[in-house]
Design a protein around this ligand. Structure first.
Ligand SMILES: C[S@@+](CC[C@H](N)C(=O)[O-])C[C@H]1O[C@@H](n2cnc3c(N)ncnc32)[C@H](O)[C@@H]1O
Length: 301
């Protein structure tokens, strides 16, 4: 699978050398739609590399995190973000990170699970959380976008373990991976078809961000506030971590719909090579809108 090798060849730092992707999708259960679109053996590393601590801190402060709070990090990934939230709630606070990937929870425990007040647990957010108690703040960042069909159900499950007057903070992307200039028309066509395919067959929601407000509105949340900022604002000389993140995204997504490349010059490999060329061009401009939305759980009558 030559097209997969390309993203490795462009990264020289050994941190990024992660081997070929062999496990693309690891279903947790067969009765539900396909699980995490980005599942691959390099995923914890991709998430670690792309996480910008200063951006997470800013988002967490906007979300109302402060010392002493008990926080749930829903869909915590490899734990890097959880560890930042944990720092913010010190002294006296605690964070529980949950994720349905065994690999991510293992990584999180190994790397970040040694301090008091930080724990990780395997859980599929599509099921109610039981035995975890109630939280002052629940935070879900870049998670609903992978659960197109079940996002409302997940928000309900999270609400059930939030204290009355506690805050639910949802952070997700909108127009995800869809804003580039200047993509050659042949590439644009393939990328848009690819995103449509992921939406239809892999439960991926490229428009998750714009839906967050309605999720909170529908459940009667109060004092709902939103903010729009940019994620992945990329122009000029590309950073190594951005190139790694984006080529991994295209690589993982493109294996899921190989037939879209049949008419592309050079097939999948040709597309991949053109994408890297586009991304390395300092004239290229790309961005993704990030929507932040928080609301207070009403005290029930
Ligand atoms: C893009 S990562 C985001 C990780 C972290 N929240 C962050 O901000 O960097 C998405 C994570 O959500 C997890 N995830 C997606 N759907 C989930 C679900 N239904 N239940 C539990 N975890 C889920 C994936 O396994 C993955 O680790």
């Amino acid at each position: 699978m030559a097209c997969l090798k390309a993203s490795q060849d462009i990264i020289d730092d050994s941190l990024y050398k992660t081997g070929l992707i062999e496990n693309h999708v690891t279903p947790v259960r067969k009765s539900k739609p396909p699980d995490y679109l980005m599942e691959n053996e390099a995923e914890s590393i991709r998430l670690e590399v792309k996480t910008r601590p200063e951006a997470v801190r800013k988002q967490a402060l906007w979300s109302g995190l402060k010392p002493g709070l008990r926080v749930l990090d829903a869909g915590c990934g490899p734990g890097k973000v959880t560890s930042i939230l944990h720092e913010i709630v010190q002294p006296g606070g605690s964070v529980l990170g949950v994720d349905y990937s065994e690999e991510r929870i293992f990584h999180a425990n190994e790397r970040y699970g040694h301090k008091p007040g930080i724990d990780f647990q395997l859980h599929d957010l599509r099921d109610p959380l039981e035995g975890v108690g109630q939280f002052d703040v629940i935070w879900a960042r870049f998670v609903l976008e992978y659960n197109l069909l079940e996002s409302p159900e997940i928000v309900k499950n999270l609400t059930a373990c939030l204290k009355p007057n506690g805050y639910l903070c949802l952070l997700d992307l909108d127009h995800n991976c869809l804003s580039y200039y200047q993509l050659p028309p042949k590439m644009e066509k393939v990328l848009f078809n690819l995103m449509a395919r992921l939406e239809k067959e892999y439960n991926f929601d490229p428009y998750s961000g714009r839906k967050l407000y309605a999720y909170l509105y529908d459940l009667g949340y109060q004092n709902v506030q939103t903010e729009v900022s940019t994620h992945n604002l990329i122009f000029g000389k590309v950073k190594k971590e951005d190139l790694f993140n984006w080529t991994k995204k295209v690589e993982v997504a493109s294996i899921k719909a190989k037939e879209l490349f049949v008419n592309y010059p050079g097939g999948c490999d040709g597309f991949f090579a053109d994408f890297i060329k586009f991304f390395e061009d300092p004239r290229r401009f790309t961005y993704t809108p990030l929507i932040l939305c928080k609301g207070m759980k009403p005290v029930s009558d």
